[in-house]
Design a protein around this ligand. Sequence first.
Ligand SMILES: [Zn+2]
Length: 430
Amino acid sequence: MRKSLSREELLALHDEQRERVSPAERLRSLNRRLEKQARFAYRNSPAVREIFDNAGIPPSSIRTVADLEELPVTTREDLEELQRSRPPFGGFLAVPLGSLDRVYVAPGPVYAVWGPERIQAQVRSLLRLGYPRPGDVALVSSAFHMGPAGLGVTDALDMMGCTVVPAGTGQTELQVKLLHDLQATALLALPSLAITILHKAEELGYDVRRDFNLKLVTGGGERQIQTLKRVFEEEYGLVVWDAYGTADLGPVAYCCGQAEGYHYDDEACVVEIADPDTGKHVGTGEVGQVVVTLFSRVYPLVRFGTGDLASFTDEPCPCGRSAPRITGIKGMVAQHVRVKGMFVHQGELAEAMTAFPQILKYQMLLTLDEHKDRVALKVEVPAGVDREALAPAVSRRCQDVLKLHMDEIEFLPEGALSGSSERFADRRWG
Ligand SMILES: [Zn+2]
């Protein structure tokens, strides 16, 4: 169990004024911390040193966020490979293994370490919302095995001086009883489980607003939070804790509750939105990969590519915080292609195709025609479908949804694509 922090220590951890400084001042302060972090990581993490040396970049040349573009992005696949060849941490660990409090295992498998900075980021994101408070009871209904979901938040709640019920997942009826009997203030669970528990409570005859003392529910970890958030807020009057993060990094951006998207957590890391192919920064509103450099003295990942595609905005937020916001996670890097200068994501293609129930299977074939991208959409339809009518409709739909002109719509008989599960067949690279 981690030691509870004093009121003064908690206040020092979370200074809202610091989050509201002017954008120029914010960047100056971020650059200062990045400069220090680059030197620390180079000195203490052998893998980071190699990244710098291989790129021919001395750590002293990283003085601003813009300078990070000179360094390559380490993808999740790179990290897996590095950990395989140099177990357990791929050379990134900056302290002796035996000095760590926790080692987590994320899917891959990839070993992950949450140093004190990661837990502090969790604490900060809860303090911003005002719940739970020291002395409150919190139900942690997340998985406690391997990954950081259950224990990571428990560590944060310990530091805040809360009483933790490690409820884990499952046993919905018992969870309802715990919420009620212990008058828990916070329910930390995946949104889909949280809503199941609340619905079960109603089924058992409880009125969530009247019979419970619940104030806060977690929103992270699942994409359906966008719809569930409204339900939690409007139907149950709850505050929703919604942050963006990964098992490797912990929380790196948070929702302020006053506008769409997730403010970068400047205290915890540097967030970049970078072109997945070149690693260069993209402009506001453009789609790129979320790339994170951690301010960590334990596991100092530098330019870690999350694999998530998103855009960002630096428009002023009604909350007054000056950190830009990640707006909408659009999908995974591995599930997209760039064609004719546009990103096309598998999910968007699937959305375009849902308009045509008569299309059984489809595949986008990308080839080169005299150095130019050529896009053919292969669609499998049953016999008897009016292909002449369908082709222009599919073309229009692709233009509308994907903003992409199809050079050809190719019809195939039923079963022709059965051997392939590829949504994109990219044949442009020889
Ligand atoms: Zn805001």
